[in-house]
Each structure stands twice: as structure tokens, then as C-alpha cells.
Design a protein around this ligand. Sequence first.
Ligand SMILES: [Zn+2]
Length: 200
Amino acid sequence: MENQEIVITGGTGRAFPIKSGKYLIVTDVEGKQVADFIAVNLNNNEEYLSTAHTRSMNGRVTVQKGDMLYSNFRHALLEIVEDTVGVHDTLYPCCDPMRYKLDFGVDGHQNCRENFTHALKEYGIDYWRVPDPFNIFQNSPLNPDGTFGPSTEPKSKAGDYVVFRALTDLIIGISACPQDMTPLNGFHITDIKANIVDHL
Ligand SMILES: [Zn+2]
């Protein structure tokens, strides 16, 4: 038994391994906090969770309980086994330095892409290789005219969570998104908690 708890402080990122067969519970501690989520094959960092392949394989732009999350090689890496919210995003990239500079005129804002770059350095993944994230709890509506967004406050409340089952050995990266200039995180950046457990 190696149950493990990892706290991702609001606005920062962490990366950690998980073994095949274990469960990962990602919890919004205080509510209305987006968790950018990426996964890379622990034994081959050329294989990663691909939101494009996940959309294609599931035939849907959203994901829900029972869905698999697929890699760029079309292998199922994770299964969503529980979800107390049901509103997430697979379309947006990480926030990055240019997002804050172009849209808000702000230099040096904390951002998910650099959070991942720092967290994944020990696994040999550079800035340009950070995969597009699965944005847990992100509420970015799809509109009938084909547009999407603008993003609004997450539906998640304190204690809401998503449970994944790892289907292979993975490196998981999570960034508690530091976007505080739009309603994306309810204008209040808070912690995300990750728990790795053997059994539910
Ligand atoms: Zn972000």
C-alpha cells in the first residue's frame, strides 16, 4: 500500500509518476479552480496524452465518465472512472507567457506552460514539448455557431473530483492554473490535490 498525496499549490505545477493499475484522484480543494493535466509514458517520453487523439477516438470534444484518454500513438493511457462535475475542456492550450502579454499586456505572469516546463525538467521534456493539456474543471462553452468560449467560472465546488485509472506507467503533470485575469478560476487561485491510491 503506497497511498500518496500531492498538493499542487494554487498557481504552481507538479509532476510525479504513477504505476499502471493505480487510481489518481484529482480534487478541487476550494472550488472553481482549473487543473491543467498532462500525462507522458514513463518508459517512453515520445508518447503522451493527446487531446486531439482523445477527441477523435471518443468521437466527442468533451470527455465523461467511462471514457479513455488516448495517446498520440492511440493507446488508452487513462480511464475516467468517476467525475463529480462533468464539465471540462479539451480544446484550449496551456496559458503561457504570450497569452498574458498579448491579451493583457502583462510580462512575466505565472503560467501553466512554464509550470510544466519546470516540473518536467527532470523527465527530459522541454518547453516546446509540453503537450496540450486536458483542462480539468475548465468551463469553456461550445457555441452553436462553431465558436467556443469565452471561458467562465468552473462548475466545480469545494471537494469535487475526477478519478482516473492509469492503464500504463505514467508521468502525470498538473498545474493549478494561475489565470487570475478572467473568470476561468473565479478570480481566486487555489490549490489542487492529487491522491494516488491502490483501491477506491
Ligand atoms: Zn493556465
